[in-house]
Ligand binder design. Structure first.
Ligand code: CDP
Length: 209
């Protein structure tokens, strides 16, 4: 079984995807970490984020063993990821890794921005996870506070709104629900309730017609 999960920043899709992967026994890929890792590698190499060649080189040379680096989760790297994510050749290199992951015989759950629309249009189920900007900013603020990052709620709110706008309006692979995606709004749902709602949507979609 292949599940595609998309949605804007801090919509809760990461936590949900991990829980669903465990529940259904699927391998899990957070594709945001690939874009974040490319951005990190450009920064670490001392190259400019506007240098497209440097970003493409970083994407082609990406070491997927480094995706659990906690340094990927900073707001700066999130912003930088949205920058390199606009470059077609970066996306191509990372799409190759994502498609290889999607073809795992045991099935997979892959989360990102363009999984249902571009990377895995053949997915058995497509979920689009949403939440209001306020709720998402609150969630990310709490997460970053717990991880020891000193950043204000207002800054986080502004950053998330700007990143959403960049992701939604870019020419290549913009963030949007696939036509056949199932929508899940988690604004008023805690993580357990969101998990239950997602399982219900997925199991219903998989019923034989
Ligand atoms: O964790 P959060 O929801 O804040 O973001 P993320 O999923 O780690 O993604 C970081 C950035 O990578 C996004 O804002 C997008 O610009 C980019 N991205 C993308 O373009 N396509 C994907 N499939 C996943 C992420």
């Amino acid at each position: 079984m292949l599940i595609a999960m998309d949605g804007p920043a801090a919509s809760g899709k990461g936590t949900l995807a991990k829980m669903l992967a465990e529940h259904y026994g699927l391998a899990h890929l957070d594709t945001g970490s690939l874009y974040r890792a490319v951005a990190r590698d450009v920064i670490v190499a001392g190259d400019s984020l506007d240098d497209e060649n440097a970003a493409v080189h970083a994407a082609q040379a990406l070491d997927t063993g480094t995706l659990n680096d906690p340094g990927l989760r900073t707001p700066e790297v999130g912003q930088a990821a949205a920058k390199v994510a606009k470059i077609g050749a970066v996306r191509e290199a990372l799409h190759r890794l994502q498609r290889a992951f999607a073809s795992k015989p045991e099935g997979a759950i892959i989360e990102g921005r363009d999984i249902g629309t571009v990377v895995c249009p053949e997915a058995d189920v497509k979920l689009f996870v949403e939440a209001s900007t306020r709720v998402r900013a609150e969630r990310r603020y709490k997460e970053l506070l717990e991880a020891g990052h000193g950043i204000s709620y207002d800054e986080i709110h502004a950053q998330i709104a700007a990143r959403d706008e960049a992701d939604r309006s870019r020419k290549i692979s913009p963030l949007k629900p696939a036509q056949d995606a199932l929508l899940l709004d988690t604004s008023d749902l805690g993580i357990e309730a969101a998990f239950e709602a997602a399982i219900k949507l997925i199991d219903t979609a998989l019923l034989p017609r």
